[in-house]
Design a protein around this ligand. Sequence first.
Ligand SMILES: [Zn+2]
Ligand SMILES: [Zn+2]
Length: 110
Amino acid sequence: MMNPSQNYIDPLTMIKDFQKMLSCTICEKIMKEPTKIRCGHSFCKTCIEKILQKKSAHCPICKDSLNRSKIFKADYFQDFIDKFNAIVAIIEIDSRLLSEYPTTFIATIN
Ligand SMILES: [Zn+2]
Ligand SMILES: [Zn+2]
């Protein structure tokens, strides 16, 4: 038998996971001007630029060598980030409304 509570994924956990996916591992923030490098990892454009200033640049995750010809603009990531921000904005409104319900309910009983 499956325990239904084990199957339940907390939406907040999902959002946090999603946020992690869209975050830059260098600055640990949501990527700004997401840029993909040849190995497949993505970071902020400015974070990559900082790495490229070093004598021997490597991907901080997989250590693949890095140079200017190996970086690409990741527009699809920007799309995800825009949608993610929109979702977070909607949820914030919803959770505020939800938290008002118990108070309304108590007020009705009294
Ligand atoms: Zn960054
Ligand atoms: Zn890499």
